[in-house]
Design a protein around this ligand. Structure first.
Ligand code: ZN
Length: 238
């Protein structure tokens, strides 16, 4: 279940433990991020809509921020390392291994979903010692199929890549066919071994709720405007 945290101006999930983890999917009300969150290192990524994932295992000396190049996913065992992705319709997903206490975050728009981003993140965590049955996954707010009309050539890519799921992810609407990247992300997580009870989702559409969330499709600004994005984050607190 997701609930609003007024002090963080973000939505959080009851599936992630309080006190030990700080996490959230930021709303438009979240400003000056991340100054109000005490941390030793802030990790952001330039997010290139691919599936490269990095692992942070040491704190660099005298550096408080790090932007990872050519990356859409990052993990760490370290405390006080703030893992972040920015979104404005794309999906942000948070991952937490209850046993090894590995945390991770990923960004996936339709290209990342097509390229199996969540499955790749879970595989990345397996390589770091995780058993998928110990991992909780939280999917943040993103554009819903209600507002996600796609062209035929793009939809064909999904039909070819996910033939068994095509009926569940391509939805007919009066104005054409729409794509359900949220259901597909859920299906990818289940296929990768995540248990249904360990998956939580914020099932609202960012465009329909563009008064609450930043939405590229719902806004009039340029997608390159870095101040008009939602910040999503996870950190282990020391
Ligand atoms: Zn919508």
């Amino acid at each position: 279940m997701t609930i609003y945290n007024d002090s963080l101006k973000s939505y959080t999930s009851t599936l992630l433990p309080k006190g030990f983890l700080l996490h959230g999917f930021g709303t438009k009300a979240l400003s000056d991020f991340p100054q109000h969150i005490p941390h030793k290192l802030w990790i952001s990524m330039n997010q290139v809509h691919e599936t490269h994932i990095q692992h942070i295992n040491t704190l660099p000396d005298n550096v408080g921020t790090l932007q990872l190049d050519q990356s859409d996913g990052v993990s760490t065992f370290l405390r006080d390392v703030l893992l972040t992705v920015k979104t404005g319709d794309c999906i942000a997903a948070l991952y937490y291994d209850r046993k090894t206490q590995l945390i991770a975050i990923s960004h996936q728009g339709w290209k990342g979903v097509l390229a199996h981003m969540s499955e790749k993140m879970i595989e990345h965590m397996r390589n770091l010692g995780s058993d998928p049955s110990d991992i909780n996954v939280i999917m943040g707010p993103s554009i819903g199929h209600c507002c996600n009309r796609f062209s035929k050539p793009e939809l064909r890519l999904f039909m070819e890549e996910f033939p068994a799921d095509a009926d569940r992810i391509i939805i007919p609407y009066a104005d054409g066919e729409h794509l359900d990247t949220r259901t597909l992300t859920y299906l990818q997580c289940i296929k990768a071994g995540i248990q249904e009870k360990n998956f939580d989702t914020f099932s609202c559409c960012t465009k329909c709720m563009s008064d609450t969330f930043w939405s590229h499709r719902g806004g009039t600004y340029q997608s390159t405007d870095v101040n008009r994005v939602g910040w999503n984050f996870i950190m282990k607190i020391s």
